[in-house]
Design a protein around this ligand. Sequence first.
Ligand code: GLU
Length: 409
Amino acid sequence: MAKRQIDIVAKEMGLDDNIKKYLQRVERCLIVSIPILMDNGKLEMFEGYRVHHSTIRGPGKGGIRYAPNVTLDEVKALATWMTLKCSLLNLPLGGAKGGVCVDPTRLSRTELEKITRRFTSEILNIIGPDIDIPAPDVNTNPQIMAWIMDTYSMNKGRSIPGVVTGKPIEIGGSVGRESATGMGLYYVLDALCSRENLDLKSQKVVVQGFGNVGGTIAKILFEKGVKIIAISDISGGLYNKDGLDIKSLLEWRDNKHLLKDYDNDNYVYINNDEVLEIKCDILIPAALENQIHKANADNIECKIILEGANGPTTPEADEILQNKGIIVVPDILANAGGVCVSYFEYIQDIHSYFWKLDRINQELKNIMVNTFEEVYNLAIEKNLTLRIAAYIISISRLEKAIELRGIFP
Ligand code: GLU
């Protein structure tokens, strides 16, 4: 998918074939085995990956996900999108991603810590503040980042907080990092509504996903008085045409309950396919990739799709949505708030000087809104989709960097 997207944009912008070839490959991938002595005394082997797609514009940057079905190809695509995302925001960072094939809900806390520390040890030589800086992604969190930071630091003999972002605040994390992806989504959505003359408050919103990204954007919009008419987690979703009480659903989630078990007679239970097809104004896919594809794109009824997840829309679906007149705000723009505040965390760690929340959110807003305006203006000027416009801006910057540095040797 990532390669096809680059193909499409390359054609549109007349990209040099050499640059296209360069960007369609990852720089390096490391596949590691992770042996874990489980609590029951049995040894289990897990597989993990860390991929650097590009370090042309700076150290690799990107999250680590824990999921039973992670594949190397998936991690390569996700690393590619990180390069494009960081370049679009003009952050001095490249793109990377990691994954461990494991269902973390099956692990005890001790097993989770062991797997994290062993994976970190295995990738130790290709991470570091000026090599590649991991962060949270699907099913990973600040505690896991703390173990990564500690394992790396113990091996180096000193504390190195800048090796990873998304850490707890007490050990060099940044205020505003946990909510950053959701805040970024909100800033972009607000700016888009202004340009499209839409009153955000009167839009009906559907959110797929109730993790860090889906939960935060739902909370922000709910607090602003926007109606969230449906939301889903892995167990399915809840729908109410008059809006859901997101505050109480978040409490339910934080107490480790699934949405399907939530008891409210006014809410209708829907399955995960149905969530995407509910008629609404704004659809926010904030779960996994490949959710909107050629088989369901035609059934989607909304004005705007705001991509909270990475790669939720396939290129075939993109075409269908474009013909239906749906505005798709692409992942590399919409969900870039996370890596943006990761960058702030990284520079705070390096300088050992920490910012206040107001500054974080103000600088985040500036970058997100300015990038959105750049993308939107190019799309209008050249009659392009927002995805193509975003890719052109991002790839042009990468092209320039490759040209200036030259191809070694
Ligand atoms: N996992 C997030 C993303 O996909 C954040 C990555 C980071 O902060 O490095 O953008």
